[in-house]
Design a protein around this ligand. Structure first.
Ligand code: NAD
Ligand code: MLT
Length: 523
């Protein structure tokens, strides 16, 4: 397999990749150059420099994974990658300490005018009064976004004896208490904080989260810090606030356009800037390079994507329990898909018993993959299965119940296609997938290879002729299961066969009196 590394990456990461794959390093490529090259590669490793556009992704016919050495994936068209079935993954933990330390460094540098004083003294000036600063002790810091980096900033700020307030709609009151932060609103932060720092991703909801309205509420002394992403704070509104002397200053590591050579923000004396250096430490660069290299090796050797952005990721401890159910759900999806007729309309996936208490998202994705593969072929994978279901208007409904009668955990797939319903239920025994019912028929089969599912009347002279048809066509039967029902009732027979069953042979089976339907299922 071949890996393209299109931004600089530490040797520690490159060495891991080289142990397993052929690695080409080409930095500074244009979009067209990448479009030309990308077909040859199985994985693309980037930092923030490469813009992975839809055009590049569309040309990436062999690409399986895009690995971002760092956190932000705003330079990747994740939707296009998802549609193409390409995993997008990142290395979110390796640089969080560096980014938090940079935030603190920016806050301190701004409070004590260090960059300005440094420039002044180097210009042979000695202006001690001009650069009188302020202490951070006892001041209120407002933190917007309390994830990895926001939390690390809060820990360090408590050490500086600051008062902390914060806003993050996705963290609990309990977590905020643990961090020593009083949760409040963005506008309240704007009103009362002496320092405001943002640590959210740049998404629709966070773009311009600090805008004219918030600047109007702020104290004239407030200092703003952005070491997350340009655009979370509206740059035009910030420039206006600085111009009108409405705020005390700003420290910026990131910009809407990088490099920000045309930005009016560079002209203010009370704005200090760094060229996107939050993660630029030796430690962070080694960490993210190693993390992303290991992730790429794992994905390309059939393992897990621990930090995938576009598929549910599973922690290794949870994986030990979920793995057999992931296999079961894919098999059940394949069986349901092959037993059904017509266009899929709705899939209801039910989890019962112990498994219902787990994160079942990977199981649902796996069931959809199995199901859609039957209609769409090998282009379906764990990444694009949910998107494909959505785009084909297949409704997916999950339900959970703690109770399960015969087994500790069971799951079922009810597939509604062209108004008809097919129901397949299964469980895991040891590590093996077992089908426990099809429609209303109880079964006891360990599915494998090719199987004929034949619905028939439970009476003499049905099973025998069926075996005769297969026998005379040299098809070996390696296993057989008949569902339980009273004599004369309808039930299901499953025959495991060792070779292909052609359409005419299947038709001959269907024509046997007492056989209501027969379908070949191939796993
Ligand atoms: P994270 O995912 O751990 O945390 C982000 C937090 O933002 C989450 O807790 C989330 O709940 C919160 N959030 C989401 N929507 C929100 C909203 N509408 N309002 C308030 N909070 C919201 O991410 P992280 O690793 O802490 O990274 C934070 C930012 O820092 C990202 O933008 C990342 O790209 C950036 N970053 C920059 C550098 C740099 O070099 N300057 C380095 C690393 C990370
Ligand atoms: C990140 O998102 O990890 C940062 O912006 C750091 C970087 O990649 O330079």
């Amino acid at each position: 397999m071949r890996i393209l590394v299109s931004d600089s990456l530490s040797n520690e990461g490159l060495d891991i990749l080289k142990e397993h794959f052929t690695v080409d390093i080409h930095t500074g490529l244009s979009e067209d150059e990448l479009v030309d090259k990308i077909k040859q590669y199985d994985a693309l490793v980037i930092r923030s420099g490469t813009q992975v556009t839809q055009k590049i992704i569309e040309a990436a016919d062999n690409l399986k994974v895009i690995g971002r050495a760092g956190v932000g994936v705003d330079n990747v068209d994740v939707d296009a990658a998802t549609k193409k079935g390409i995993i997008v993954t990142n290395a979110p933990e390796g640089n969080m300490i560096s980014a938090a330390e940079h935030t603190i460094a920016m806050m301190m540098a701004m409070s004590r005018n260090i960059p300005q004083a440094n420039a002044s003294l180097k210009a042979r000036e000695w202006k001690r009064n001009k650069f009188t600063g302020i202490e951070v002790k006892g001041k209120t810091l407002g933190i917007i976004g309390l994830g990895r980096i926001g939390s690390e900033v809060s820990k360090r700020s408590l050490g500086l004896e600051m008062n902390l307030i914060g806003y993050d709609p996705f963290i609990s009151e309990k977590r905020a208490v643990e961090l020593g932060i009083k949760l409040t609103t963005v506008n309240e932060i704007a009103k009362v904080a002496d320092y405001i720092t943002v640590h959210t991703p740049l998404i629709k909801e966070t773009k311009n989260i600090i805008d004219e309205e918030q600047f109007a509420l702020m104290k004239p002394s407030v200092k703003i810090i952005n070491c997350a992403r340009g655009g979370i704070i509206n740059e035009e509104a910030l420039a206006k606030a600085l111009e009108g002397g409405k705020i005390g200053g700003a420290a910026l590591d990131v910009f809407v356009e990088e490099p920000p050579f045309n930005s009016p923000l560079l002209q203010f004396d009370n704005v200090i800037v760094t060229p996107h250096l939050g993660a630029s430490t030796q430690e962070a660069q080694v960490n993210v390079a190693i993390d992303i290299a290991k992730e790429i090796v794992s994905v390309l050797t059939g393992g897990l994507a621990k930090n995938a952005i576009n598929i549910p990721s599973i922690k290794p401890e949870a994986m030990a329990i979920l793995a057999p159910y992931i296999r079961l759900s894919e098999i059940m999806g394949k069986i349901a898909g092959q037993l059904a007729d017509g266009n899929y309309e709705k899939v209801e996936i039910a989890y019962n018993g112990e498994i219902s208490g787990r994160d079942t998202r990977p199981l649902t994705v796996s069931a959809l993959k199995g199901l859609l593969e039957m209609a769409l072929g090998s282009g379906v994978n764990y990444v694009n299965a949910p998107t494909l279901a959505k785009s084909r208007k297949v409704a997916v409904v999950e339900s959970k119940s703690e109770s399960s009668e015969e087994y500790s955990s069971t799951m079922s797939i009810r597939l509604i296609s062209s108004g008809l319903t097919k129901l397949v239920a299964g469980t895991v025994v040891g590590d093996e997938s077992k089908i426990i019912s099809v429609d209303e028929d109880k079964m006891d089969i360990f599915p494998a290879g090719r199987m004929i599912f034949a619905k028939h009347i439970n009476k003499p002279n049905v099973i025998g002729p069926c075996c005769m048809v297969l026998g005379k066509n040299e098809i070996n039967i390696s296993g057989m299961q008949v569902g339980r029902s009273e004599i004369g009732g309808f039930t299901m027979m499953v025959l495991n066969v060792d070779s292909e069953v052609s359409a005419p042979i299947l038709e001959e089976v269907r024509s046997i009196p007492g056989i209501l339907n027969a379908k070949l299922v191939t796993l």
